[in-house]
Design a binder for this molecule. Sequence first.
Ligand code: T4K
Length: 376
Amino acid sequence: MNLLEPFSQPVYVSQPLLPGIEELTKLVKLIWDSKQLTNNGKMVQQLEKELAEFLHVPYLSLFCNGTVALQLACQVLRLSGEVITTPFTFAATVHALAWNHLKPVFCDIEEDTFNMNPDLVESLITPETSALFPVHVFGRPCNVVKLQDVAERNGLKVLYDAAHAFGVKINGQDIASFGDVSMFSFHATKIYHTVEGGALTFNHPYLKERADSLKNFGIRGTDHVAEPGSNGKLNELQAAVGILLLDKVPEEIARRKEITALYRQMLSDVPGIKTMKESENVFANYPYFVIQIDKKEYGLSRDELYEKLKEYNIITRKYFYPLCSNFPCYRDLPSADRQRLPVANRIAETVLALPLYGQLPHSAVEKICTIIRSLR
Ligand code: T4K
């Protein structure tokens, strides 16, 4: 194989983990026989139980996707006024606030983790602030201890967007155990998925009760509709996919870990290409492999490298560009001012996520790295 020839087929940033078609067919047959397709059927109940065990959380509620889960989490926690969040995230995080008529207040991020900078949070708190809404970006844990301390001292709730952090542990403790509520996305591009889907995790039974009601139109019993809920339910077919994929997660993480190590090794001495360091005392899940490109040293900007790689059939993603605070719907907020978010603005201009999924052959990684080296 000529390492500098384009790939014959596109290599995408991600590729979904798939259950075996025969085992899926068996579960579909059970669903067909039961004729229960949705509305908290057996598959959803089983998956909720298995996921709670996997994540070591007492309470968990499944949703049709992570975005609706976040929108409803704001209501579960009865958030109001202003919520402090990060601009360096997927659109869904900040949109969840806007859908609840909450005001996002953007906090700048840390250089090394790309997560909300806990040392800056306190200066953004006003009498209107009801919560912190940090994101464990690329599965790297936020500084949960400092954030919890700020929250407790100021009487704030903490809602974690843990969309990328399925299976991550900090000092052996599961990431879902921090904060009041965490959201995990089970979209097909995630290391674990239910095609589309998501979950909220809680430490208190009343939060799960409320989430279960809000995702089912606010219905609390045959003759009682307590509040204006939505429809956020996962269906039985998707739960079946989730049941079959759960066992595959440890191997998927192990493969991604090897691929990540190979990328790091092959790119470590390329001038102008910076890879992210492993976080200390963290069991990582390797959802994305993200590099930063310094045009002065590498010779190409991030956008130029993105375009060049496309010519080689390598389809990367600029996660997360544009920055949420620069979207037309948020850029006029006082906290969205670029001067107040220098780190996030700089990082969003330079990051690129390279292909990473368990089935990605090591030979493809070697070829991608060889091409990146050759382009400077
Ligand atoms: N919070 C955060 C921090 C998030 O990152 C996300 C979602 C959410 C909240 C909301 O959770 P959900 O409501 O989505 O559950 C993707 C995903 O759609 C999105 O779930 C994810 N974050 C975001 C980071 O990435 P795109 O537009 O980049 O995806 P797309 O379709 O370009 O897929 C990337 C590549 O994956 C494709 O080039 C090919 C491959 N692919 C994709 C799909 C969907 C497949 O091979 N098969 C597939 O079925 O947004």
